[in-house]
Design a protein around this ligand. Structure first.
Ligand SMILES: Nc1ncnc2c1ncn2[C@@H]1O[C@H](COP(=O)(O)OP(=O)(O)OP(=O)(O)O)[C@@H](O)[C@H]1O
Length: 741
């Protein structure tokens, strides 16, 4: 904490209990600072009317805080409050705006600052203001790209930026437009610009300098583009950028870390973030003195970004409690604070009374409305209160990227006890088998009486496995755990898998699990591999905050490395993952069969059958699908309708006109046009839109006003469709995906 803040805080705490104030010497003694330094700070605080000088000698100083008789015990943030879109950074804002608007096409601007200091936010605000002021037309593109997304693959990174000519490198199956081309006439914001390899930096330099560039693999044709360039980096620019490129950035700004900011600014940030949450919830949020104080003091290495995330974390926890304790507003308590914040929470003379809260949906789709929707859905499905709270807690922590530790999970579900029951009942099983069985039964008990899916049929299973599963399910129920009536069927499949030995073939079909979450896929693969005694199941975890493009790249790399000639079985959970197989299959020409709604027993079955001699991915997929019939969906592009999606960020209002345009310009009336909005601030929002559309058919192209965060489906910028080249590309794309005869 800065010294000025230490002085301010000491006086605030002292004045709260003792109104006679402190002398400069006393303050110096407590803080171990010399008196003249303390006097300087005290006079500054007096000037800023935060501290008052009391009459008499020696001069005593007292914080201008409300007297104890009327303590400010709590802050109330209301949805009617206006949070302010940019806090601090006014000077940087002015300079950045001046750079952006400098004639004729702006001065290249470079922002430097630690992660979370607000570089992206500043750029967004600058562009917003330039548009508001009419200095930049809203039709001029604003393309943003984070170079770290493709940092592991420099070719792809540069291809993404400058475009690719067909055949430029292995896998470049068609010509591809780059972001430079999309940003032509507008603004290109390159975040983490230092991730560009030197040759890419050279190309960028050439573009800024001469206004020309080439697509990758294009030797003859030189293309022109006029862009306003903004770069951002978390590194020291002189250590990571080529001097030639660095010199071309005429304006360089450094954003301060949170620790370097004035306390006033931090207060404004904390208040703004709470107001933002109150607006999302459409409810007042109450926060007591000590909690707010903790937010002002804790060490926050992730800067403003982390501060905002931690405020959201506390709000989500409080909102969750509020769902079960209806009252007119949401109150943040110490137990809601993230650990780092809670650690600096201190008992204070100012106590806060408990406050009640109510239930209202803010309308907008936020973590709160989602929690609320989930709660209603689970109630309607008859989940018990205990189970609902558990589920919602998990959901909240997922949203906040704080997925619960598996050990906690086990404790919450009475897992230890369950484990004991199972190990007692199933002594002959190996440790790995017991673990698998326990996982399965735990997931079945969580589902309660009304499972979300039908159970697999068991006619083909040996009678002894059916009977054993029956008794096991009965025994588990007798121990007080609630299992769905037909849960034994799934257990029977698992028991059958344990006992069936397969003659392994060296080839086999690789099974790859891809699911959302930090470790879900890996855990399933580990259990299955432990059980079957080898490493035939592979996994890719998809943390919720990871961009879809990176996930696709990771899965694609994994598919390429696993492929042995018999295709791949992809087992996925939900969302846009179901479309991945198709994209990757096209990219590598590998036969990929995808099944969704993966469960542990499905993985075990697939792993067991994967080594069957002579089987390929299709045969394996059919076997798994037959065993686990619904709601498993196989994705066969040949039987599906084709869909063009019109997609814009929320609140843009351009969807109806765009949708009409697309419909009127589609020669093939068999293509469906769907539209939807996504929330740029919610990492999986775009995936959800894709997932919904995917139910209706294969998405062959996207049209919108902003590039969506998914680079796998061909995207057409609205303005591009009005250009002759855009229309040509559009027609080509539709023709390319024509229905197979
Ligand atoms: N000055 C500000 N006023 C209000 N909110 C801000 C401010 N600066 C940043 N934020 C908020 O903090 C969060 C993090 O900011 P941002 O993503 O711009 O940081 P960054 O420096 O680009 O981080 P990174 O280097 O990790 O990409 C954003 O949600 C943004 O809305």
């Amino acid at each position: 904490m800065k010294r000025l803040d230490q002085v301010r805080q000491l006086l605030a705490e002292h004045s709260a209990s003792d109104r006679i104030g402190m002398t400069a010497r006393e303050v110096g003694q407590v803080l171990k600072l010399d008196r003249s330094t303390v006097s300087r700070y005290l006079n500054r605080l007096v000037k800023e009317t935060e501290v008052e000088k009391l009459p008499g000698r020696p001069v005593r100083f007292r914080s201008v805080q409300p007297p104890l008789s009327q303590p400010v015990e709590e802050w109330v943030y209301s949805p009617q409050d206006r949070p302010g879109s940019l806090i601090g950074n006014e000077t940087e804002m002015k300079e950045a705006l001046a750079a952006l608007l400098y004639p004729p096409r702006g001065l290249p601007l470079l922002l430097e600052g630690e992660t979370g200091t607000g570089k992206t936010h500043l750029v967004e605000q600058v562009v917003h203001q330039a548009r508001e002021q009419g200095k930049i037309r809203s039709t001029q593109p604003f393309v943003t790209f984070n170079c770290s997304e493709y940092a592991q693959n420099p070719e792809l990174l540069m291809g993404q930026l400058f475009g690719i000519r067909k055949g430029a490198f292995t896998g470049a199956a068609s010509d591809r437009t780059g972001l430079v081309e999309r940003a032509d006439g507008g603004i290109l914001f390159l975040d983490e610009i230092h991730r560009l390899p030197p040759v890419g930096q050279e190309m960028l330099f050439h573009l800024i300098d001469q206004g020309v560039y080439r697509r990758l693999g294009e030797a003859e044709l030189e293309r022109q583009a006029s862009i306003r360039l903004i770069g951002a980096t978390t590194e020291r620019p002189d250590q990571v950028l080529l001097p030639t490129l660095l010199r071309r950035f005429a304006v360089k700004l450094t954003l301060p870390s949170l620790g370097q900011r004035e306390r006033r600014e931090r207060e404004k940030l904390v208040d703004a973030f709470f107001i933002e949450e109150a607006r999302h919830m459409a409810l007042d949020i109450r926060l007591d003195f000590r909690c707010r104080q903790a937010f002002l003091e804790y060490s926050c290495p992730g800067n403003i970004g982390q501060l905002k995330g931690d405020v959201q974390h506390a709000c989500a926890q409080a909102f969750l409690r509020h769902l079960y304790e209806p009252s007119p507003s949401v109150t943040i308590r110490r137990e809601d604070l993230p650990a780092a914040v809670s650690r600096v929470w201190r008992a204070s003379a100012l106590a806060s009374p408990p406050f009640p809260s109510t239930l209202t949906d803010g309308g907008e789709k936020t973590v709160y409305s989602e929690l609320l929707r989930k709660e209603q859905e689970l109630s309607a499905r008859g989940w018990s209160r205990h189970e609902r709270i558990r589920e919602l807690k998990q959901m909240a922590s997922q949203y906040l990227k704080r997925s619960a530790h598996p050990a906690d999970d086990r404790r919450q579900t009475g897992g230890e006890q369950l484990q004991e029951v199972i190990s007692h009942l199933t002594r002959p099983l190996t440790e790995g088998q017991q673990e698998a069985l326990e996982s399965l039964i735990r997931s079945l008990t969580i589902e309660g009486d009304q499972p979300s899916r039908p159970f697999p049929e068991t006619e083909s299973l040996p009678e002894e496995h059916r009977k054993a599963a029956h008794s096991l399910a009965q025994a588990v129920t007798d121990q007080g755990f609630s299992l769905p009536e037909e849960a034994w069927k799934e257990i029977a499949h698992l028991l059958s898998a344990f006992h069936e030995s397969e003659s392994a073939s060296a080839e086999g079909v690789p099974v790859l699990i891809v699911t959302h979450g930090e470790s879900t896929a890996t855990s399933m693969a580990q259990v299955a591999n432990a059980l079957l005694g080898d490493e035939r199941v592979h996994a890719v975890d998809m943390p919720l905050d990871q961009p879809a493009s990176i996930a696709l790249q990771r899965v694609s790399n994994r598919v390429a490395s696993l492929h042995r000639g018999n295709g791949i079985l992809l087992l996925v959970d939900i969302g846009s993952l179901t479309t991945m197989g198709e994209d990757i299959s096209r990219e590598h020409g590998i036969s990929i069969h995808t099944l969704s709604d993966v469960t542990l027993s499905m993985v075990i079955h697939a792993a067991r059958k994967a080594q069957t001699p002579g089987w390929d991915a299709q045969r394996l997929m059919e076997s798994v699908r037959d065993r686990f019939p619904a709601p498993v969906s196989t994705l066969s592009p040949t039987q599906r309708r084709r869909v063009v999606g019109v997609v814009c960020p929320q609140g843009e209002g351009s969807i109806p006109a765009l949708k009409d345009w697309v419909k009127n310009n589609l020669e093939n009336k068999e293509i469906d046009v769907l539209s939807g909005e996504w929330n740029p601030h919610q990492s999986d929002s775009f995936d959800q839109v894709l997932h919904e559309w995917h139910q209706s058919g294969e998405i062959i192209a996207l049209v919108g006003t902003h590039s969506p965060p998914n680079g796998n489906i061909p995207f057409f910028h609205a303005w591009e469709l009005l250009q002759p080249d855009g229309i040509r590309r559009w027609k080509e794309q539709l023709a390319k995906t024509g229905s197979p005869s």
